[in-house]
Write a protein that binds this ligand. Structure first.
Ligand code: AGP
Length: 613
C-alpha cells in the first residue's frame, strides 16, 4: 500500500526520491508525489495520478531540486484518486506524507475549521499538516516537540514524515502501526516505510519502534520514545539481497509469471540446510524452543488472504501427522472478538510481507494473553511481524513483486509441513511416517518442474474463460484450501468472480448455480476421497455443468464435451498434493488474466502489502 521515502543530504535528492518511489511500486498505489526544499528555501511539490513513471516524466518537464524532501506513493483510502488528494500535503510551511489512517480526522477537521483552516484535499493526512501548523503557531517548539504534543489527538495508524520549510535541515517522523526505518548514508540520512526503497544508498538501518519520534539531519539522528525520553535504537547492518532488478523480469512478461517459475528454485532455497540426516533442522531455533514445543497441545494460526489459505492447509497436516488440534482464523476477525486461549497453545502468525495491518494487530493483542509463545512464519526478515514475535521461521522465497502471491504461498506451505515434522520429531512421531514425509518434501522442486510441462494445455483452456463472469472451485480435504487459493488467484487478477467450496457442500446450496456458463474447476487426487469427488462431479454433469478436472493421469476420468481433464503425473505423495496442485491453479489464473489483458502484476484496487485495515 502507501509508501514513504524521505531524504536529507548535502546533495540534491530529487532523483533519489523518485528512484525510491519506484522501488516501492510493488506495494501497490494509485498516485505519487514528492516535495523538496531547494537551496533558496523554496518549496517545490509535484504530484501525479497513476504510475511513478508519470511523476518522473513530469519531473523532467518541471525539474525539481532540493537537498531535503519527502515522497509518497498513495493507495487511496480517504478521498478519491485525484492529484489534489496525492501526498505530500501542505499547511503553509508544514509538509507531510503519511501512511495509515487517521480515524478521527473529521472530528479534528471540525476543530481546525473553527480556527480558520480549510482543507484542499479530502484526505485524513492534510489534517495532520494543519494540526502541526496550528500547534507550531500556538506554542512553538521543534517539530519533535510538536509531534509529542499532538500524538494523543491522533487515533489510528500512521507512519508520518514532516518537513518544515522554515527549518529545512531536519526531517521529523513518527510511527504507530505503520513501519518506518532510518537508513544511514554518507553525509545523508534517509527515511522510508520499507528499507527496500533505500537499498542503493544505505546498508545501516535503524528500525523505529512504536511511538518513537525521530529527527534526522544529514549528519545526526535523534530518537525519543513515546514519553519523550531520549533513546538509542540499535543500528543494524543489512545487506538486503537485492535479488531482483525492478527493471527486469528476465525472459518473462510479468513478475507473477517469473515468480511462478521460480518456485522450484526458491523451495530448494527454503529447504537448504534444513534437512540433515533425514531430520528437519531449523538452525534459527535455539535449544529453548524445543522444550517449549514439546509442551504444545494446541496451535492457533492467524493470517490474511493467501497466507490464511496456507494456514488452512497446515491444519490438516498438524491434526493428521502430529495429532495437535489446530485452529486457523482470519486476522481481521480474530483481533476484534473475545477469543479463548486454549491451554498450552502456540500462536503462529503467517504473513508473506510481515506488515499486514490486521495480522500485526492480532499479534500485538495476543501479547500477555496466555499463549505459550508466538512464532512468525514470514518472507521478510526485517519486517515488524518478525521483530515483534518471540520466534520466527523465514521462508526463502525472495522478494515477491506480483500482487498475487504465488511463490510465497508454496514456500509457506513447505515451511509449515517442515514445522509439523519438526514438532513431530520432538514429540516422538512414527519414524517411518517422518521419513516418508521428509522424502516427499525433497521431491517438491522436481514435481513442480514437471507440472510446468502442462502449461500449454492450461493456456489453451484459458480461452474458454474469456467471456465467463463466474467460476466455481471445488476440493476436499487439504485440497479444499487449494480450491480457495485457486479462486482467490482467479478473482484477483482476472476479475472473474470465483467461489470455492468444499465439494461436500455442493448439495447445500451451490448446486443451484450450476449451468453451462459457470465453469467448475475440480481439484482431485487419488486418495480416500476420490470416489466422493467422482459423485460430486456426476452431480454437476447431470445439471449441465462444465467441469475442468485437475487430477493424476490414472484417476479414472474420461474426457467428453463437458469434461476437460488436465492430467498431472501419477502417484504423487498425498501429503504434498496441496503444494503441487497449487501450481496449475496459479497458471490457470495467470493465463486467463493474460487473455483478458488485465494488469496482472498490479490488479486494480489491490496492494501488495496491506498496511491499513
Ligand atoms: C494474495 O494473492 C493476496 N494479494 C493477499 O491475499 C495476501 O495474501 C494478503 O494480503 C496477506 O498478505 P501477507 O501474507 O503479506 O500478510
Amino acid at each position: 500500500m502507501c509508501g514513504i521515502v524521505g531524504a536529507v543530504s548535502k546533495r540534491d535528492i530529487a532523483q533519489f526520491l523518485l528512484a525510491g518511489l519506484r522501488r516501492l511500486e510493488y506495494r501497490g498505489y494509485d498516485s505519487a508525489g514528492l516535495a523538496t526544499v531547494d537551496s533558496k528555501g523554496k518549496l517545490n511539490r509535484l504530484r501525479r495520478v497513476g504510475k511513478v513513471e508519470v511523476l518522473m516524466e513530469a519531473a523532467k518537464k518541471y525539474p525539481i531540486q532540493g537537498h531535503i524532501g519527502i515522497a509518497h506513493t498513495r493507495w487511496a483510502t480517504h478521498g478519491k484518486l485525484t492529484e489534489i488528494n496525492a501526498h505530500p500535503h501542505i499547511s503553509e510551511n508544514i509538509v507531510v506524507a503519511h501512511n495509515g489512517i487517521i480515524e478521527n480526522y473529521k472530528f479534528l477537521y471540525e476543530r481546525l475549521y473553527r480556527k480558520g483552516y480549510r482543507c484542499m484535499s479530502e484526505t485524513d493526512t492534510e489534517i495532520i499538516a494543519h494540526l502541526v501548523h496550528w500547534e507550531q503557531k500556538q506554542r512553538g517548539g521543534t517539530l519533535a516537540e510538536i509531534i509529542l504534543r499532538i500524538i494523543p489527538q491522533l487515533y489510528g495508524t500512521y507512519g508520518i514524515i514532516i518537513m518544515d520549510v522554515h527549518n529545512s535541515n531536519v526531517l521529523t517522523a513518527t510511527c504507530s502501526g505503520s513501519p518506518l526505518v532510518i537508513g544511514c548514508g554518507m553525509d545523508a540520512n534517509f527515511l522510508a516505510s520499507d528499507p527496500i526503497a533505500l537499498l542503493p544508498v544505505a546498508h545501516r538501518f535503524v528500525f523505529i519502534e512504536e511511538g518513537d519520534i525521530i529527527e534526522v539531519t544529514h549528519c545526526t539522528i535523534k530518537i525519543w520514545n513515546k514519553f519523550g525520553q531520549s533513546v538509542n535504537r540499535p543500528e543494524v547492518e543489512y545487506f538486503i539481497k537485492d535479488d531482483y532488478d525492478i527493471e527486469s523480469k528476465g525472459p518473462y512478461q510479468h513478475y507473477m509469471q517469473k515468480e511462478i517459475f521460480e518456485q522450484p528454485k526458491v523451495i530448494k532455497d527454503t529447504l537448504k540446510n534444513r534437512i540433515i540426516n533425514g531430520a528437519i533442522i531449523f538452525p534459527e531455533f535455539g535449544q529453548s524452543i524445543n522444550k517449549l514445543l514439546s509442551k504444545v497441545k494446541h496451535i492457533q494460526i492467524i493470517a490474511c488472504g493467501t497466507s490464511y489459505h496456507s494456514g488452512m492447509v497446515s491444519k490438516y497436516w498438524f491434526e493428521e501427522l502430529v495429532r495437535i488440534p489446530c485452529d486457523v482464523e482470519i486476522a481481521s476477525e480474530f483481533r476484534y472478538r473475545k477469543f479463548v486461549v486454549r491451554k498450552d497453545s502456540l500462536l503462529i502468525v503467517l504473513s508473506q510481507s510481515g506488515e499486514t495491518a490486521d495480522t500485526l494487530a492480532a499479534l500485538r493483542i495476543t501479547k500477555n494473553m496466555g499463549y505459550l509463545s508466538s512464532l512468525a512464519i514470514c518472507n521478510v526478515d526485517y519486517s515488524s511481524l518478525v521483530r515483534e514475535s518471540d520466534f520466527c521461521l523465514l521462508i526463502k522465497a525472495g522478494i515477491e513483486i506480483g500482487v498475487a502471491s504465488t511463490k510465497a504461498f508454496t514456500n509457506q506451505l513447505t515451511v509449515l509441513l517442515m514445522l509439523v515434522i519438526y514438532i513431530g520429531q520432538i514429540k516422538g512421531m512414527n519414524s517411518k511416517i517422518q521419513s516418508s514425509v521428509i522424502h516427499a518434501i525433497t521431491l517438491l522442486p522436481d514435481y513442480i518442474e514437471q507440472v510446468f510441462s502442462i502449461e500449454k494445455g492450461i493456456a489453451n483452456l484459458s480461452k474458454n474463460f474469456i467471456d465467463k463472469q463466474h467460476a466455481l472451485f471445488l476440493g476436499r480435504g487439504s485440497l479444499y484450501p487449494i480450491a480457495m487459493e485457486g479462486a482467490l488467484k482467479l478473482k484477483e487478477i482476472s476479475y472473474i468472480h470465483a467461489e470455492a467450496y468444499a465439494a461436500g457442500e455442493l448439495k447445500h446450496g451451490p448446486l443451484a448455480l450450476i449451468n453451462m456458463n459457470i465453469p467448475v474447476i475440480v481439484i482431485v487426487t487419488k486418495n480416500n476421497l476420490l470416489d466422493k469427488m467422482k459423485s460430486n462431479i456426476e452431480e454437476i454433469l447431470a445439471r449441465g455443468g462444465n467441469v475442468y478436472i485437475f487430477s493424476e493421469y490414472n484417476s479414472g476420468f474420461i474426457e467428453s464435451d463437458n469434461i476437460k481433464i488436465i492430467p498431472l503425473f501419477e502417484n504423487i505423495e498425498t501429503i504434498i498434493t496441496p503444494i503441487v496442485y497449487t501450481i496449475p491453479m496459479q497458471l490457470l489464473a495467470y493465463h486467463i488474466a493474460l487473455v483478458k489483458k488485465t494488469d496482472i502484476d498490479k490488479p486494480r484496487n489491490l496492494a501488495k502489502s496491506v498496511t491499513v485495515e
